[in-house]
Write a protein that binds this ligand. Structure first.
Ligand SMILES: Cc1ncc(COP(=O)(O)O)c(C=O)c1O
Length: 365
């Protein structure tokens, strides 16, 4: 793939993260972004250009009918000074799955990886090194045709930018959160687009999130639309741990995102490192399991926080159910530490999980 490169002018360059600096999550940017447009049935004008505003018509279809989606991945600087991305091939695969759900064009996975690795290479000095930090990668696609008909757009933009980020929760692997078990709000429905990373899924979750906060919880534990089974924990997959240390994750359906972190936990189990399996989780049995002590830990899994332990669940009638002693459990801590240690290169990762960002020759023009 031919990728044009336009270097950021010195005056427009962003401040690089300083060692030890508090970066926040998703706030900072790097000097460049990747762009390509889809027009006349082909992707064209792939380029790495200075990070800056995007231009589109007020009638661009993404602004009206939300034909857009995104991905989220991370890169890490290892002790050898090189930068490694974590399971980016899985993000590329899910990117094309989301594109399919939203009637948008595919982008060859190898092309996605090259675009992202080239962008990271150019801005490699922005990869932070402080504990629990990463270079967060945000690829996304949106419909740009200026037209008011409700139909798939004929034109799209693919963009990638990077964000030098600290831990999702300030202070890192955080104290356990409280989740509201909501029977009033649902994130996704069978036959809908919940398994994709459509922007609309996240817009739909905002009101539920606010409702959770007003109720004194940090996020919603989403149930299926029949209110019988657990689906997701806010913008994370849900897990719980049985007394014998087994992680239980609800099976992926068309209303649950196929979390790359959850898939990784399941793959660690296949390798015999932990015990984990997928099975449907009835909410009534889940609550009984916490009360009886059969369930000893619970939480969310996802790229942003890796593992977010849940200390208690709040029912809509105000009843609070505490998981064991409400503190971070040893199984959650082990998975968090093992995953982050692989990501930082301190523990060997399974083959292909970490990919070294190549050093490319970059010439302008
Ligand atoms: C709805 C939802 N579920 C689960 C996840 C976790 O997925 P991953 O582990 O791929 O980040 C995310 C975040 O991407 C999400 O937005």
């Amino acid at each position: 793939m031919k990728i044009r490169y336009e270097q950021c002018a010195p005056a427009a360059r962003k401040v690089q993260p300083a060692p030890g600096e508090e970066l926040g999550f998703g706030i900072r940017r790097t000097n460049h972004m990747f762009l390509a447009e889809y027009k006349d049935g082909v992707w064209q004008d792939a380029r790495i250009v200075p990070y800056g505003p995007l231009c589109m018509g007020p009638g661009a279809m993404c602004l009206h009918y939300s034909q857009n989606f995104f991905e989220g991945a991370k890169a890490f600087k290892h002790a050898d000074g090189e930068i490694y991305t974590f399971r980016l091939d899985k993000n590329a695969e899910r990117f094309n799955f989301s594109a399919d759900v939203l009637c948008m064009p595919q982008i060859d996975a190898a092309m996605q990886l090259e675009a992202i690795h080239r962008l990271i290479d150019i801005d490699r000095d922005f990869c932070p090194t402080q504990p629990e930090s990463s270079l967060y990668i945000r690829p996304f696609m949106f419909a740009t045709e200026d037209c008011l008909g409700v139909r798939p757009s004929n034109e799209y933009t693919f963009c990638v930018f990077l964000s030098p980020s600290g831990p999702y929760y300030t202070g890192g692997f955080s104290s356990p959160v409280k989740l509201l078990i909501s029977t009033s709000f649902h994130r996704a429905a069978p036959g809908g687009m919940g398994a994709s990373k459509a922007g609309g899924n996240y817009a739909a979750s905002l009101r539920a999130g606010q409702f959770a906060k007003k109720s004194g919880a940090s996020q919603v534990l989403y149930l299926n639309t029949a209110n019988t089974h657990i689906e997701e924990a806010g913008a994370m997959n849900h897990f719980h741990v049985l007394k014998d240390g087994t992680f239980i994750i609800p099976p992926f359906t068309d209303s649950i995102l196929r979390s790359i972190t959850a898939v990784s936990v399941l793959e660690l189990a296949e390798q015999g490192l932990i015990k984990a399996r997928q099975e449907p989780v009835a909410i009534a049995e889940f609550i009984d399991g916490i009360k009886s002590g059969e369930i000893i830990e619970a939480g969310g899994v996802g790229t942003a926080a890796v593992i977010s332990p849940v200390g208690s669940y709040l029912l809509e009638d105000g009843t609070e159910i505490t998981v064991a002693d409400g503190k971070i459990g040893k199984h959650s801590r082990f998975v968090y530490e093992h995953m982050t240690s692989m990501q930082r290169g301190s523990t060997p990762a399974p083959k292909g999980w970490m990919q070294k960002v190549p050093h490319y020759p970059h010439t302008e023009g």
